[in-house]
Design a protein around this ligand. Sequence first.
Ligand code: ADP
Length: 204
Amino acid sequence: MEVFGNIGGVVRRVLVNMVRAVARRGASSVTSIVLPVVETQSPELNLFMGDITELDVDAIVNAANTSLLGGGGVDGAIHRAAGPELLEYCRTLGGCATGQAKVTPGFNLPARWVIHTVGPVWRGGTSGEPELLASCYRESLARADEVGAETVAFPGISTGVYGYPIEAAAAIAVEAVRATLTDVTEVRFVAFNRATHDAYAELL
Ligand code: ADP
């Protein structure tokens, strides 16, 4: 395992996948080293109540819209705190599809990175919303791994203006993070109101 210990996240994932592929084909000597590798991949999950822009973590996640050019809610708060350079940078990115994520520097924020993800608008739950919301969490963690961010804070993506019911959204958030193979060591779920706090507290 020491062999895997000091290498970058992407290289490590490639090695993990190679080992798994060999293991699936039945090489028992390789199977014996699969479990320790996978066991190192689960981040600690914590709950924080307050303003995500104040957090001194490696990356904060923004609940953005497809234009990536700013908006209300947490998006507006992040752009205000990061400063105008964030918008300038976002203009170069060509937007972002729902369920995907893109990373930028944090500029004036305490966080080094901002991961912008676009949650689904709630349309009753039968328009692919659960899968798209889970994808936001998976893709955000993938971007975190790409830049080496180990501590990541998420707001309740889609649970504001986009109208996703908080209990359902919190369950998807926790499940998606738990199911994702990542080098992130801590995920902080950020609640900006009591209902969000209580929904996460039930699950963690
Ligand atoms: P969406 O359009 O994805 O619903 P919103 O920004 O409207 O995004 O809301 C997403 C979540 O972010 C909501 O739960 C809202 O309460 C929360 N929120 C708003 N401002 C902040 C902030 N400064 N820090 C943390 N969470 C926030």
